[in-house]
Design a protein around this ligand. Structure first.
Ligand code: G4P
Length: 282
């Protein structure tokens, strides 16, 4: 989980570590969270990629709204990035990722041929992304077993191992760690809502207000179906209706607002409210 405090020193270390990894590879597989694909990216990767082949993978697409996933796929494709949506819990979308990877390998082989390189070495890929985006789960899914080492501590020395994904294609077993865009307030807020950033960074009360606001604006029928919440209900009314529906009552029968707050945020993070996307392009 978002257990990291990101100090400039950590970011510099992570940047150096990923720059070292990038020297070894041909293809960058960048993971982003489908519920907030822009907030959960780190744009520095664009500069660091330095013309390498790229694949964009939107993880946790099972938790995000399906039409929104399609909009984001179109957005990234317009940026020139091969993109796939995956649900790493079920493995949905992994076939697509493998076919995109095969395409990248093909391009690399063609390039090598043109340069007159005959002895083809395996095409090598690196998975990268911010903490909690699903990097280890993705690598394990690619490997078909539990092998991914955690990449959540920048600068941890680890021996590099390669996983054979298919003939002539290899994946580095440890992910490249990107640091979150904490200086961007909207991004930090979305990451905190997703639970990908320490809850201390943004006050929980603020998160609940924001979440209630987003859901009232864009998912009002979801809220009304689950808890009878109306568009005009304010934050207190929202929490009170949740407490009453979930039978979270204090001794005197009053709604237990504190319990409702925790339940609301945790249910969102766990996808129990339904499929929700926090941001759309633009
Ligand atoms: P990281 O290496 O990038 O830090 O992320 P990691 O793979 O550890 O994944 C972080 C959490 O996100 C894990 O949950 C993982 O199961 C979950 N996750 C990853 N991809 C998906 C996805 O596509 N859909 C859903 N629904 N969840 C995903 P956890 O709570 O830490 O553990 P657990 O629930 O697996 O026990």
């Amino acid at each position: 989980m978002g257990d990291l405090h990101w100090y400039p020193g950590h970011m510099a270390k992570a940047k150096r570590a990923i720059a070292e990894d990038l020297k070894l590879i041909d293809v960058i597989i960048e993971l982003t969270d489908a519920r907030a694909p822009m907030s959960s990216r780190n744009p520095d990767i664009d500069a660091m990629a330095n013309g390498k082949d790229r694949i964009m993978v939107m993880s946790k697409s099972d938790l995000a709204e399906s039409p929104a996933n399609d909009i984001w796929i179109g957005y990234f494709r317009d940026l020139g990035l091969d993109t796939a949506c995956v649900d790493l819990k079920s493995g949905a979308g992994m076939k697509k990722v493998k076919s995109l990877l095969a395409g990248a390998a093909e391009r690399k082989h063609e390039k090598d041929k043109k340069k007159g390189i005959r002895m083809q070495r395996p095409v090598r890929a690196l998975v990268c992304g911010i903490p909690n985006v699903g990097k280890s789960t993705f690598i394990n899914s690619m490997a078909g077993k539990n092998i991914a080492k955690t990449g959540n501590r920048p600068g941890v020395t680890k021996g590099k191992q390669w996983i054979t994904v298919s003939k002539g294609i290899e994946l580095l077993d440890s992910p490249g760690l990107l640091w979150p865009k904490i200086e961007d307030e909207r991004a930090a807020l979305n990451l905190a809502l997703l639970g990908s950033m320490n809850d201390e960074v943004i006050d929980r009360e603020r998160l609940i207000t924001e979440l209630a606001g987003i859901l009232r604006e864009r998912y009002s029928s979801m809220l009304s179906g689950l808890y009878g919440i109306l568009p005009e209900d304010d934050r207190e009314a929202v929490l009170s209706k949740i407490a009453i529906t979930m039978n979270m009552l204090q001794k005197g029968g009053q709604p237990d607002i504190d319990r409702a707050k925790h339940y609301f945020l945790d249910s969102f993070r766990g996808g129990k409210l339904g499929r929700i996307t926090l941001e759309l392009p633009g």
